[in-house]
Each structure stands twice: as C-alpha cells, then as structure tokens.
Design a protein around this ligand. Structure first.
Ligand code: PMP
Length: 435
C-alpha cells in the first residue's frame, strides 16, 4: 500500500525502473514509448549519456553552493549559452528550480520593476482564460483555468483574464486571422482601460498553449498586436515558455515565430530535460537596469536556485539542443507526427482538431464533430484515453477541464527530439488504437 499522496488518490501506478531514449520500462518488465516526454520535459530522451556524464562530473566537484555566497562556472556558462540563444533585448537570466517558481519570479520582477521606476500604482496582472501557469498561489491565480482555481479562489490574489487565441473554437466562420487578432487585441485593450491603464503591470501568455488546450498556437499577428497594446500602455509582456520553449515547437523559443521580443520569458521543463529540476526567467536589459540602478537588489530568492548539478545538466542539455541536427529533427518528426495523426485520426467522429508546432501536437476530442460539443465532464474521456494508451504501451498527456467550466478533452504529444520515424509511427498507431 503506497504511503505517497499521489495526485489521484488510490490509483495504482506502475513503477518506473529504467529509461533509455524514448522508452521507459516498469518493474514488471513492460516497456512504454514516452510520447509526451512526461509533460513535455524529457526533450533529449531518458538517460542521455552526455547529460548523465556532465552531472557525474559535477557531483565529483561540488553538488551545492548557496548563491548568496558563490556562483559556479556551470551556472555562469548556462547563462551565457541561454543569452546567446535569445534575441537581443533579453540579456540576463535569473535561475529557479521549476516552472511555477519561474512564473512567480517573473511576476515579482514585473512588480518590483514598476516600484523601482516610480510607478508603484501598477499592480494588476492580466492573463488569459483557460490558461495554466503553475500551481503555486501566484501562478495559479495567473492561470485562467476555472476548474483548477475553483476551490482556491478565496485565497488567490486578484487577477484578470481575457480570451485565449483559440482559432478552432473562437474564430468566427467568416473572420480573417487578421480580424480575429484585432478582436482579441481590442479585448485586451478594453480590459486594460477598464482597470486603468496605469495600474496594469503585466500581461501573461503562453505562446503555444500546452497543458490546458493541447498545443494551440496563435494566429499570425496575434502577438504583434498584443506587443503593440503592451507598448502603448507601458505594460510588461511576460511569455510563459515553460512547456513550449527550448526547441519544442521547432525554434528555440516559440515566440521567435511571432517576430516579437517579450520583456520576460519563463522557461523550465525542457531546460533540464528531466535530468534535474531547473527553471529560469530571461529578462530584458530595461528590467535589469532598473534593479541595478535602483535598489541594487531583486527581493526574491529560493534555496536551490542555480543548483550546480541542475546547472551542469541544463548546460549540457542546452549545448546539445544547439546542435543543428536536433532542432532539424524536431521540425521533420513534427511534420511526420502531424501527417500521421491526420491520416489515422482526421476522420474520427470524436476528433475535432489536430494541431501544433514541431514536436508539440494536440488532438482535441469532441462528442460531436459538427457542433464541436465536448464530452460531458462525467465521461472522463481524457482519463480513459490515458489508461488505454498505457495498456497499448504509450505515454501520452491527455487533459480535460479546459472549456470554461465544461470539460474539453485533448491529448498532448511531445516526444523527445531524438525520436525516430518508426517511433513516431508507433506513437500514432498506439494513440489511434487507444482513442
Ligand atoms: N507554466 C506552464 C506553461 C506549464 O505548462 C507548467 C507545467 N505544466 C508550469 C508553468 C508549471 O511548471 P512546474 O510544474 O515545473 O511548476
């Protein structure tokens, strides 16, 4: 009998004993294809020998040094590598231990920035409905997924939510993508004006929405319009790339495909590739300067930030991600995955949409393809798909609870970037069988 408080109480889970490449083996000797990298984490697969070696070397040197006393060469190198990858404008890194911590740190940076520059009245956070930005109190408040927030609402700080960019469900039939992007930008502007434009500090969004919608990317120009609105009112744009960043969508950062530069970017998951928990906030020179020329202090911190073993792992992960063949494989295998899913599931009466970018793909499950009506929550379709897929030997990431109070089911696929064509085909076959 387990003594662990598992998320779903009372479930019996297989015990993972080994991992290699895209495979996980359990204690019964069953092997699963990891079609989702856990939750879009294991971007280089399991047990990548170069990352394992880098960690071993660091363990032989020093495992932990508190960042108020020391920096380390691995953390410094990681910061250099990340900055080399980001477009100019994002020039500094703040390390944390995971995705929620990254979002919390970004929110506090935004708030402190406005205090430093003499605009302490800026306090409002605007984000999007049906979004997820983490499970800690501030990050949960930022997320707009009512199902996750419901019971915690009385203890969450006040936040405000506008529509996500979700063309499959929300674009009008005769609307152009340009008109849709404008409509959403106007909605954001109305929200800002309602709150008082000089009281809003940040707009938070996930460029390609992972967990809550299932790999939903923006229409062209959406983020350009959002950037314009933020600039018009002096609001910071925080992009949450915890899930979609680090090469997952076919570029190192998903926002690169939108031709904008945010003020703050959160990354985690793929940054450590599952080898160690690590996250980071990438921040603009403007924010760094305000802190450096102001109080000279970022009033925030955690015990394990910049942890040397995590930094050594991430440093190697990023070094590998920078090899051109890795991202090239994301694009190539991503196209194969989309084509395979279209062929196997496109005609299914229960599949409403198949979308995504790179090795980040989502399949939306509907009860009625014509009306796009989702299944009733009580059916727990996503949980059934997960169970069936595990029986087929596939780990995928099915989720529900997205469509404003009702339940929308989808399956997220996010295999490792080293995935091979035959493995992509197996993922498709097993998912199709499960659905
Ligand atoms: N932001 C996004 C977009 C996420 O997908 C997640 C995790 N699913 C988080 C934040 C929180 O990350 P963590 O679970 O590492 O705290």
């Amino acid at each position: 009998m387990t003594k662990i408080l598992h998320r779903t109480i009372g479930t019996t889970l297989p015990s993972a004993v080994a991992g290699e490449g895209v495979h996980i083996t359990d204690s019964e000797g069953r092997t699963y294809i990891d079609g989702s990298g856990g939750a879009a984490v294991s971007c280089l697969g399991h047990n990548h020998p170069e990352v394992v070696d880098a960690m071993k070397v660091q363990m032989g040197r020093i495992a932990y040094a508190h960042t108020s006393f020391f920096t380390t060469d691995v953390a410094e190198e990681l910061a250099e590598q990340l900055i080399a990858l980001t477009p100019s404008g994002l020039d500094y890194v703040y390390f944390v231990s995971g995705g929620s911590e990254a979002v919390e740190a970004a929110l506090k940076m935004a708030r402190q920035y406005f205090v430093e520059i003499g605009q302490p009245q800026r306090r409002h956070i605007v984000a999007r409905r049906q979004s997820y930005h983490g499970n800690t109190i501030g990050a949960l408040a930022t997320g707009g997924n009512e199902w996750r927030r419901a019971q915690f609402k009385p203890i969450l700080p006040e936040t405000h939510h506008v529509s996500p960019c979700y063309a499959y469900r929300d674009m009008w039939p005769d609307e152009t993508t340009e008109a849709y992007a404008n409509r959403l930008a106007e909605e954001l502007e109305d929200q800002i004006l309602k709150l008082g434009s000089d009281t809003v500090m940040a707009f938070v969004a996930e460029p390609v929405v992972g967990a809550t919608l299932g790999a939903v990317g923006p229409v062209a120009d959406y983020f350009k319009r959002i950037r314009q609105i933020c600039d018009k009112y002096g609001i910071l744009l925080i992009l949450d790339e915890v899930m979609c960043g680090m090469g997952r969508t076919g570029t190192m950062f998903a926002f690169e495909q939108e031709h904008i530069v945010p003020d703050l970017v959160t990354i985690a998951k793929g940054l450590g590739g599952g080898f160690q928990p690590i996250g980071a906030v990438l921040l603009s020179e403007k924010i760094y300067r305000a802190f450096a020329d102001g109080s000279g202090l970022f009033q925030h911190g955690h015990t394990y930030i910049g942890h040397p073993i995590a930094a050594a792992a991430a440093n190697k992960v990023v070094e590998i991600l920078r090899r051109p063949e890795i991202i090239a494989n994301v694009v190539k295998m991503g196209d194969r995955l989309q084509a395979g899913l279209d062929a196997a599931l496109g005609q299914s009466p229960y599949v409403g949409d198949i979308r995504g970018r790179g090795l980040f793909r989502g399949v939306e499950i509907v009860a009625d393809k014509d009306t796009k009506q989702p299944f009733d929550a009580a059916r727990k379709i996503h949980a059934k798909i997960k169970k069936e897929a595990m029986e087929q030997g596939l780990m995928c990431y099915p989720m529900g609870g997205t469509i404003d109070g009702k339940l929308g089911d989808h399956v997220l696929l996010a295999p490792a970037f080293i995935v091979e064509p035959e493995q992509i085909d197996m993922i498709v076959d097993r998912l199709a069988a499960a659905i």
